[in-house]
Design a protein around this ligand. Structure first.
Ligand SMILES: NC(=O)C1=CN([C@@H]2O[C@H](COP(=O)(O)OP(=O)(O)OC[C@H]3O[C@@H](n4cnc5c(N)ncnc54)[C@H](O)[C@@H]3O)[C@@H](O)[C@H]2O)C=CC1
Ligand SMILES: O=C(O)[C@@H]1CCC=N1
Length: 267
């Protein structure tokens, strides 16, 4: 994949594929190739064609034209989709499967030898350029191919390369994790409303607290435990709240949640 000819195709534009498409389109510069999108519904195809920088195409056409193929269909759809496009894929192109639990070994069985495979796990904040994609490249992926994939995905947020053996637990801390944070914010909002705040105010306060905490962790690089201690004034209100969270079994609940998520990812 050279800089000039890099064309990306997305197969499946649902929650996750839609988020990646938005990230890619917002990072697109004048002169960049269109992002090709494979969708099933006519109406969705028409909506995509009306967007600047996107074009809906048939699966075989995407396979023949793109250098980088992002599979964002449900895991069970991956085999039939690759069966449909495998003979159209160009030698030297790279298929990145972003489907839960689809292994490099599965991909190897479904792809021609001259097409490289990467297993990945993205996250929906890709929509606003704040996603994380955990990448595990197959043995035949060259450094140049991996760099090119990371460069394309940079428009959707961060990327990290991990061994495939860590994909399941990484899914629990990354791909699925935005949902846990939304749930925490939902719970805080309900509690704030119960305490007398207007719902919109409660959402605004809890959202800013989440954003502020995330930005502090990212920008200071300090351990979360230290940042938490800095909020916890001796004998104060935060200590009273944290004691209740610990009494409610927060850590054990998250330990079980991560374990269940990783188990589900492993199949
Ligand atoms: N939603 C999330 O936060 C994350 C999802 N994923 C993975 O992304 C994949 C998709 O998940 P969601 O977006 O949540 O599901 P979804 O159901 O919202 O989207 C799947 C899309 O694929 C389309 N589709 C089905 N068969 C197709 C075909 N043959 N060709 C083209 N499009 C086809 C469907 O019409 C739908 O729009 C899954 O494999 C999931 O494991 C990974 C990380 C996070
Ligand atoms: O829930 C799921 O199966 C997908 C994979 C990770 C996040 N969402």
């Amino acid at each position: 994949m050279s800089e000039q000819q890099r064309t990306t195709a997305i197969y499946g534009v649902g929650s996750m594929g839609g988020a990646i498409l938005e990230g890619l389109l917002s990072g697109r510069r004048d002169g960049d190739p269109e992002v090709l999108a494979v969708v099933r519904r006519e109406e969705q195809a028409r909506e995509l064609d009306a967007r600047d920088g996107a074009r809906s195409v048939a699966p075989e056409e995407a396979a023949a034209q793109a250098d980088l193929h992002l599979l964002v269909v449900k895991p069970a759809v991956v085999p039939e989709l690759l069966e449909q496009v495998r003979d159209s894929l160009r030698p030297g192109s790279v298929v990145v499967s972003l489907a839960l639990g689809v292994s490099l070994s599965d991909l190897g069985d479904l792809l021609p030898d001259e097409v490289a495979a990467i297993r990945g796990m993205p996250s929906t904040p890709a929509r606003v350029g704040q996603g994380m994609t955990v990448l595990s490249p197959g043995a035949s992926v060259s450094q140049a191919q991996l760099d090119a994939v990371r460069e394309v995905l940079a428009a959707t947020g961060e990327t990290i390369v991990l061994p495939e053996t860590q994909q399941d637990v990484a899914t629990a801390l990354s791909g699925s994790a935005p949902a846990y944070f939304y749930l925490v914010v939902e719970a805080l909002v309900d509690a704030g409303v119960a305490g007398g705040l207007p719902r919109a105010t409660a959402v605004e306060l809890a959202t800013q607290a989440a954003l502020g905490a995330g930005t502090m962790m990212r920008e200071t690089g300090e351990e979360p435990a230290l940042l938490r201690a800095a909020v916890t004034s001796p004998g104060g209100s935060t200590a009273a709240a944290l004691r209740q969270l610990e009494a409610g079994g927060l850590r054990e609940t998250f330990a079980r949640a991560v374990e269940a998520c990783a188990r589900r990812s492993a199949g």
